[in-house]
Design a protein around this ligand. Structure first.
Ligand code: CUA
Length: 198
């Protein structure tokens, strides 16, 4: 069979075509168009990732920090009496939350606008996601891991904190209230709290 000249020619031609430079390769015009469409789409996706990363500061969780989700309530950072909003000695604000079917606890939190807020979130049961619509606050809350998000809410107002990972029958109802107050209201709130001795 290998002596068949026509097959030999055919194989040689195939080999030449394979070795040919891309410019010499025959590409159907329609196929060429779709190659550019596909490359263009990849370019758009890469630009979108770069834009959200550098202009909007949307990052995946960086550090890997493990914890025991079943023993959260027994002590440590995510014990019930440690949850909520705390102003640190340096003036920064830290919010500690537990995500559990079906809510983020505490159910209502109040934070100041226009300053960096660090959220620490842990799941007490299954996979949840925390998302505040129209802001860049969004992360997964994976059981066994602590999630940390540092962000700023420029606009005062009331926001829902929603769960965006399906976590069970009550998933649709899993949300809590986030109130962002102006810096003035935040500061007067702090002095009120201090004057009442709390
Ligand atoms: Cu929690 Cu969906």
């Amino acid at each position: 069979m290998s002596n068949d000249p026509s097959l030999k020619d055919k194989l040689a031609e195939d080999a030449r075509e394979l070795m040919a430079l891309p410019g010499e390769l025959h590409i159907d015009p329609l196929e060429r168009k779709w190659i550019f469409v596909a490359l263009g789409l990849i370019g758009v996706f890469v630009l979108a990732i770069l834009y959200t990363a550098f202009a909007k500061h949307v990052h995946p969780p960086g550090e890997m920090e493990t914890l025991d989700s079943a023993r959260l309530h027994l002590g440590g950072e995510f014990a019930e009496d440690k949850l909520g909003v705390v102003t640190q000695p340096d003036g920064s604000v830290k919010v500690t939350l537990v995500a559990a079917r079906y809510g983020f606890y505490p159910r209502e939190i109040k934070i100041p606008a226009g300053q960096s807020i660090t959220f620490r979130i842990a799941s007490a049961d299954v996979l949840h996601g925390i998302h505040v619509p129209m802001t860049n606050m969004s992360t997964m809350v994976v059981p066994g891991y602590a999630s940390t998000v540092t962000t700023t809410f420029p606009k005062p107002g009331e926001y829902p904190m929603l769960c965006n990972e399906y976590c069970g029958m009550g998933h649709d109802h899993m949300w809590s209230k986030l109130t962002v107050v102006s810096q003035e209201n935040w500061r007067s709130g702090l002095t009120n709290t201090q004057s009442t001795g709390r």
